[in-house]
Design a protein around this ligand. Structure first.
Ligand code: SF4
Length: 72
């Protein structure tokens, strides 16, 4: 399988219920927006942290977006 490159970390504002689990676990990477939903605020894409936060999120609102970098 071709290696994948992480290109984005997304929080779905429709799914996010504002539980704050991601922010409690990683306050340097996630923060609440004024609308009460979380967003990824890290300067660089921290794959391990985002993957852990995605596991913690009770509504699976956090997703890691990959781009295939080889094999095309
Ligand atoms: S853990 Fe999920 S539901 Fe809770 S604030 Fe973060 S993204 Fe939103």
């Amino acid at each position: 399988m071709a290696p994948k490159k992480l290109v984005a970390i997304r929080v779905d504002p429709v799914l996010c219920v504002g539980s704050g689990m991601c922010i409690s676990a990683h306050p340097d990477r996630f923060a609440f927006k004024p609308d009460g939903h979380a967003d990824y605020v890290g300067r660089e894409l921290d794959e391990a942290t985002a993957a852990e936060a995605a596991e913690l999120c009770p509504v699976s609102a956090i997703s890691l977006v990959y781009e295939e970098t080889e094999g095309r």
